[in-house]
Design a protein around this ligand. Structure first.
Ligand SMILES: [Zn+2]
Length: 392
């Protein structure tokens, strides 16, 4: 048993406690939350700073970890994807070592669970033995080609079968993005999952995505052309991309929309009206800055009571895999958002999105959420010097 205390503890599910104590058993399960004065000083493990639950990273591509620094910054999404696709022939040992190192990096940065996009089974072995829990989203795309549906689905279903579902992990099949998935493939994915799982989809990451759907204009035409894939069968829907994708998905699955850089209040409301099992929004601030050099307007999401979560995206589009660094980026560029709000995005909201909140995301008796120590500034805010230390 350990009695761990700091200047404040932030349970998330309840108000911060000054000089709070978290009492855990040897497995890290919380037995009691209390105040310092009720305990012998000698029995306490005393830290300076604040204690928060382990972080939840709702969007990563662990299998792309070997491409750190390969793609130039600020090019925009479509040149970025083209670079990533071209760079995929790398020795397997290099890929495997990078995956192992990235898993360890996330652990060291206080991350306890990850929503991870997989197109391959490269990450399965690491996930089976990791101290982090993974929700693997086996991601499918057929470039909106209806005659590719059967083969695409069959190939990716093999990936699904090979991905880790043990060691506290979960998995589902998911569509890549509105601009890359045909109606036929959406249907196959829905049938494979049934109701109740969590799914994710990349959404409104670039202005060109909405332009494709609104008016069949913008850089996606050249993108498809460069891959020699025909868009002849595609007709503009005259609505934003999210209004194409969500009606093809299952509202009875918990749905995690990723990036949402261009999402407007009407899009957010549309998603909320559509979803029956919870709509969650993953923001990847540093990846947005890396790729497109712009960020979502978080005020729109807060005004609409959107359940925000935080993702790191991959090392291909980020400088590190750290939820804390994402929190700092959000706070630096949109400083009207309070620390406690961002902290909730980074913990309990993420755990709910991954349906792991029975055990993770908040400091409550019976949970085993992991404990992180943070040093804040004098006003209890994040600063450039804030660091995370994993206490368990
Ligand atoms: Zn992504």
């Amino acid at each position: 048993m350990r009695k761990i205390t700091a200047d404040f503890i932030f349970p998330i599910s309840s108000e911060p406690i000054k000089n709070g104590v978290v009492i855990v058993d040897d497995s890290g399960k919380i037995l009691q939350i209390d105040k310092r004065e009720k305990h012998d000083t000698g029995s306490l493990e005393v830290h300076k700073g604040i204690i928060v639950p382990g972080f939840i990273n709702t969007h990563c591509h662990l299998e792309l970890s070997h491409m750190k620094g390969v793609a130039p910054t600020g090019t925009g999404l479509l040149p970025f994807i083209s670079t990533v696709v071209k760079e995929r022939d790398i020795p397997q040992e290099t890929i495997d070592a990078a995956i192992e190192a990235a898993d360890q990096e996330m652990y060291d940065n206080g991350i306890v669970a990850v929503g991870d996009i997989s197109n391959k089974t490269d990450t399965a072995a690491t996930k089976e033995k990791s101290k982090i829990r993974y929700y693997t989203f086996v991601e499918m795309f057929d470039f909106m080609q209806e005659d590719w549906v059967e083969k695409t689905y069959a190939d990716y279903y093999e990936v699904y079968k090979g991905q880790s579902g043990g060691n506290g992990n979960k998995k589902s099949c998911v569509p890549h993005a509105p601009y890359s998935v045909s109606k036929g493939l959406f249907k196959k994915i829905n049938e494979a999952n049934g109701d109740g799982v969590t799914v994710s989809i990349h959404n409104q990451e670039t202005v060109h995505e909405d332009n494709l759907f609104l008016s069949k204009t913008g850089d996606f035409l050249g993108f498809y052309n460069a891959f020699q894939i025909s868009l002849d069968a595609f007709h503009a829907t005259k609505k934003t991309s999210i209004r194409y994708a969500l009606p093809e998905m299952n509202p009875n699955c918990r749905t995690l929309l990723v990036h949402n850089t261009m999402s407007r209040p009407e899009d957010i409301q549309f998603a909320h009206n559509w979803g029956k099992a919870g709509v969650y929004w993953a923001t990847c601030a540093n990846a947005n800055l890396y790729i497109e050099n712009r960020m979502p307007n978080y005020q729109h999401f807060m005004d609409n009571d959107a359940k925000m979560t935080i993702g790191t995206d991959s090392l291909t589009s980020n400088w590190q895999l750290s939820v804390l660094e994402e929190m700092k980026a959000i706070s630096r560029y949109q400083s009207y958002i309070s620390f406690q709000t961002i902290l909730r995005w980074a913990t309990l909201n993420g755990a709910e999105a991954l349906q792991m909140d029975d055990d993770l995301g908040s400091l409550e008796v019976g949970k085993t959420p992991g404990l992180n120590l943070l040093n804040l500034d004098g006003d209890l805010n994040l600063s450039a010097d804030t660091k995370v230390k994993r206490l368990l």
